[in-house]
Design a binder for this molecule. Structure first.
Ligand code: BYC
Ligand code: FE
Ligand code: FE
Length: 482
């Protein structure tokens, strides 16, 4: 094992960054830790802090075998500070400093830009834990309950990752930001989380699976861009976070797939051919396909807002400074400077949505969003195979990127999922067809009855294709005292 891949478990805070010989940072983190635990106990999974959960913990950052499974009470989880191994002679891959050695310290002139990027990333991590804190109570199985808790402890570890960077590299400002990350609360009117989607609720499991599919995938895209960073500690941190993110993507992709699977099965068993026979379908306690579509419309559009404006000088500055690259920057075949390049951007021109060429640098948010949309579309295609296989005439479609937007070019207009501009009145009349309604919310709320028997699943979701860590089908992933 190389030095940096070894995780020291002898300190209070597991790490592979040599914390025990970095007294100042160790002290700052040890001071922050009880505040973090207070936050976790107050805002983490409600009602399950004392039960043993079968979780994986990172024990090494090598590609193979970094995870170890075992029962842990969540407040005892070993949240660690883990950086991916450093790449020898790594150079900055893009922007003004392309080709120069990566930075091991914060470049003075970019201090505030970099801090802002880290704070925004850090803010989303605890926010998602807060949004998901009631889901344990209505889990459709112990398998699913364990998965939400796994996601929660890992998002909390991502918070640790950003707090480490703030405390190590940003002195007193960094320590203050670390406290602010525990003070802001999702959905709180006085101290909201920084980005819109992280102040929405995640009240039911359909929302949770949509969130992990769409919103965690924004996380993945942003982390991939930060993994390209010329600030090497940020690159190494985010590279390791991405290994955990893969499981979050899986939870979303497979969660929705299992819901679709179950609905298709029940429709076929009961000879229901028309997916719009909502009442008949709902009476079997499964989720109708048009409701899944409305949820896709909502979560996709809210997640698109996380990419910022189509044209953004922040984005241009981040790239030029070598702080945030493009998705898979190192695989792209161009000059990696983009000073004279163009990129096609959607705009409203005389009441029509049109594609126009814009300077590529300020269009970088749009470019990352395009990469994201392509990935989402691939996942949706996989879902659609389930209906195709069942012979059910229904396909899920991603709505147009201009639909239901609160940030950027389309925030001021109303657009249908097909991309047609509507006036306010038409939007008012039609939005219930496009977005989840109050009735949908109540239906889902009533449907979410907890299942606590090992190996059993709620009526509206199929069992997973595979268990966790090759355990038996009736494995007790969460040991709830009876
Ligand atoms: N809500 O220049 P613009 C994750 C603000 S998710 C509210 O277009 P920029 C995770 C913006 O701050 C990934 N405000 O923005 C997922 C700016 O404010 P100022 C998180 C917004 O900077 C699931 C102004 O509007 N990581 O990890 O180019 C579970 C002008 O905007 C929003 C990152 O995002 C919004 N949606 O782009 C757990 C990476 N959008 O300057 C975790 C770091 C924009 O006028 N962040 N504004 O005060 C960034 O790269 C960029 O800051 C953003 C925004 C892409 C977010
Ligand atoms: Fe995360
Ligand atoms: Fe995640």
């Amino acid at each position: 094992m190389t030095e940096s891949s070894h995780v020291a478990y002898d300190t209070l805070i597991p790490n592979n960054v040599g914390l025990s010989s970095d007294r100042k940072v160790l002290k700052a983190l040890e001071k922050w830790r009880p505040e973090f635990l207070n936050w976790w106990n107050e805002m983490g999974p409600e009602g399950f802090q004392e039960v043993p959960v079968y979780l994986r913990t990172a024990i090494s950052v090598e590609r193979e075998g970094w995870a170890q499974f075992g029962y842990v009470k969540m407040p005892d989880y070993r949240w660690g500070i883990l950086l991916a191994p450093s790449v020898e002679n790594r150079v900055i891959g893009f922007g003004e400093y392309k080709g120069q050695p990566v930075w091991q310290e914060v470049p003075g002139e970019y201090r505030s830009l970099l801090r802002r990027l880290i704070v925004i990333q850090g803010d989303t991590e605890p926010a998602s834990v807060e949004q998901q804190r009631f889901l344990g109570n209505t889990a459709p199985s112990l398998y699913d309950m364990r998965n939400v808790f796994q996601v929660n402890v890992e998002e909390a570890r991502h918070l640790w990752a950003m707090v480490y960077l703030l405390q190590k590299y940003f002195g007193r400002d960094g320590r203050e930001e670390a406290q602010e990350l525990l003070r802001r609360r999702s959905g709180n009117a006085d101290a909201p989380r920084l980005l819109g989607a992280f102040n929405e609720q995640t009240p039911d499991w359909l929302s949770f699976f949509m969130f992990t599919f769409f919103t965690d995938r924004d996380g993945k895209m942003q982390l991939e861009s930060l993994a390209q960073s010329g600030f090497d500690p940020l690159s190494r941190t985010t590279r390791f976070m991405l290994t955990e993110e893969a499981h979050h993507m899986f939870v979303g992709q497979s969660g929705i797939a299992r819901i679709l699977q179950r609905t298709c099965e029940v429709m076929k068993q009961n000879q229901i051919e028309d997916p719009s026979e909502i009442e008949r379908i709902r009476q079997y306690d499964v989720i109708d396909l048009p409701l899944v579509q409305r949820k896709v419309n909502f979560h996709f559009s809210v997640s698109l807002d996380l990419f910022g404006s189509e044209i953004s000088t922040n984005a241009a500055n981040f790239f030029d400074a070598g702080l945030k690259g493009r998705y898979k920057e190192s695989d792209i075949d161009d000059d990696h400077r983009l000073v004279d390049s163009l990129y096609p951007v959607l705009k409203i021109v005389q009441g029509q949505i049109e594609t126009v060429d814009a300077p590529a640098l300020p269009a970088l948010n749009m470019r990352l969003r395009d990469d994201y949309v392509r990935e989402c579309a691939r996942g949706v295609e996989r879902w659609n195979l389930i209906m195709a296989k069942a012979g059910i005439d229904f396909r899920i479609k991603l709505p147009h990127v201009a639909f239901n937007r609160a940030i950027g070019e389309f925030s001021g207009v109303e657009v249908t999922p097909d991309g047609h501009l509507l006036d306010d009145l038409a939007w008012q009349q039609q939005q219930d067809h496009f977005l989840p309604t109050e009735e949908d919310r109540i239906f889902l709320k009533n449907l979410m009855q907890p299942i606590r028997q090992a190996g059993e699943y709620a009526s509206w979701i199929a069992p997973p294709a595979r268990t966790i860590d090759s355990q038996s089908d009736d494995f007790e992933y969460v040991r709830i005292p009876s």
